[in-house]
Design a protein around this ligand. Sequence first.
Ligand code: NAD
Length: 301
Amino acid sequence: MGTRWSTKSTAEHILEQAKAGVMKLKAASIDPHLVVVLVGDDPASHVYVRHKVAACEELGIRSTKIALPADVAADALLSEVMRLNRDASVHGILVQMPLPKHIDCDAVIRAIDPDKDVDGFHPINVGRLALGQPGLFPCTPMGVMALLKQTVTDLSGRRALVIGRSAIVGKPMAHLLLHANCTVTVSHSRTVDHQAVCREADIVIVAVGRPGLVDGGWLKPGSWVVDVGINEIKDPALAEKLLDGKRLDRFRATGRALVGDVNYRSALDVAELVTPVPGGVGKLTIAQLMLNTVTATELQR
Ligand code: NAD
């Protein structure tokens, strides 16, 4: 029987590093400043931005939220990003995704100054990560690496599987694991026989967006499982399969629940450590965003 893999102390450790950086910068009369650009009315995006702004407040990082209407012209958004690039009082720029369909996300990401790109999505930062050079790298994979490194000092030779190959999570995760000398496999929607691949892995990172995709039966006994997925479920049959106890009671009362990509209950029967959803990787992501803001500020000194 495995245990819940708490991310709390790793998140706290990342925040302590960020706080120390903020204090050092302030002692040098530099006021770290993150600008979050929010386009449209996506409710989830509003919640994410609120959490980011609150985390800044807690650490003494100045934050500004720029809210633009859903029908903002693509050129107007690009001009805003350019203006923020030129503004020396702004150290970090984050354009909250997803953007409305009429806007080319890649063009917006390319427009951000790579040294202010706290999300680490700019092609220059992607290249720096691939080459093992210093830069700003995506918050979720960076947070997951901090969790792994806090659990074991040397990851060399471990077999790591990343399920999902997105630019935001899967690909950068694979690069970071490779730099930590893991033997890395990436599986995705076209992979044949996920279970066979999964059963070989000491460490499994799942970032797909499919509730309960990874079942305990897929896993190697004693493996470590990081569940990045966040999915809202409303299907009672799925809830009965994935939830129990108070969480199932709450689902029955509200008709909805947040779950990860891993069937947490069955995974715990086989794995040694499994991160929970909610309350797992999300904490790491936001803490790492604070540290990335400090790093971005230091890059511009
Ligand atoms: P995405 O949709 O961009 O990518 C999903 C990936 O999963 C793709 O590469 C696809 O090939 C793969 N995939 C699809 N179906 C599959 C299947 N049946 N088997 C294996 N692979 C399959 O998603 P993303 O942005 O990487 O996010 C993934 C999940 O992680 C989502 O639930 C998202 O909400 C969550 N997320 C959480 C955090 C956090 O801070 N906790 C951060 C980012 C993303």
